[in-house]
Design a protein around this ligand. Structure first.
Ligand code: ZN
Length: 260
């Protein structure tokens, strides 16, 4: 049987039969891989805990007729604080679901997306337990950067309908700025008059939105953010990714149900 190697992050697993698991992972070279880990649920499995969620593994996979089979896996990095903390776990599950839903039909792979997943899991692993604000910020960061990688980033410096240059908004404007999820960005006053369904952003929400798309993690990490602003940007990002990728992310609903 032909085989291949994959450096991948484990995003989801399902039970299969009595003792097997189906593992879904995102690999640097091949994008999403679904493969069977035979005997992985047995107490004495050769895989031990190597195929646990969110681990980064070096794996060897045989190409099967219907499903590929994982023959070997070595842990490159495991995030021990994620599996032991409920909140960290559910936020990482959200990231995993976004990757699986947005990438399932793309058939491609992206080294940038792989790195982004790694950076976000690593960041979340290092948070203090129950630091919900940092977790929410990290998910916003992940969604913004993944939208950028996919190529759907919103226009935040020009009107997304007429193209008018609005780059001074970040520093000067104090009144409300209109944002359209459907048209993918901010709108000038004239264009926003005729459009329904726009969201009004105050200047601090607009700035945070620009920052989450533009800043690197090391600069974004320590940014102070008002909770109302975070709530608004997060809901905007959820609507944006759901609308443009045309898929529903169940984890967003679950987080809301949990009140986080
Ligand atoms: Zn306009």
């Amino acid at each position: 049987m032909p085989s291949y190697k994959a450096k991948a992050v484990i995003l989801k697993s399902y039970k299969l039969g009595e003792s097997d698991k189906i593992i879904k992972m995102y690999s640097q070279q091949d994008g999403i891989i679904s493969a069977v880990a035979k005997g992985a649920r047995k107490a004495r499995s050769k895989f031990g805990g190597r195929l646990e969620l969110f681990n980064i593994v070096d794996s060897e996979i045989s190409t099967g007729k219907s499903l590929d089979i994982i023959t070997q896996a070595e842990i490159l990095k495991s995030f021990k604080n994620i599996s032991s903390d409920f909140y960290k776990f559910v936020f990482c599950e959200t990231i995993s679901e976004i990757v699986l839903k947005t990438q399932q039909h793309s058939g491609g792979s992206s080294e940038m997306l792989f790195k982004l997943i790694y950076v976000c899991f690593n960041e979340i692993d290092g948070f203090n337990n129950e630091d919900i604000v940092s977790l929410k910020k990290a998910v916003c960061f992940f969604v913004a950067k993944s939208i950028k990688i996919i190529g759907y980033n919103p226009l935040l410096k020009n009107c997304c309908k007429c193209g008018m240059d609005m780059k001074d908004l970040y520093s000067f404007r104090s009144s409300n700025i209109s944002f359209s999820v459907k048209f993918g960005g901010i709108l000038c006053e004239k264009c926003s008059e005729f459009l329904e369904g726009t969201v009004k952003l105050d200047v601090s929400t607009y700035r945070f939105l620009c920052d989450v798309f533009n800043l690197k993690i090391e600069d974004f990490r320590d940014m102070e953010v008002n909770l109302q602003v975070l709530k608004k940007v997060r809901s905007l990002m959820e609507n944006y990714i759901t609308y443009h990728i045309d898929c529903s992310i169940k984890s967003f609903k679950y987080l809301k149900k949990l009140g986080i």
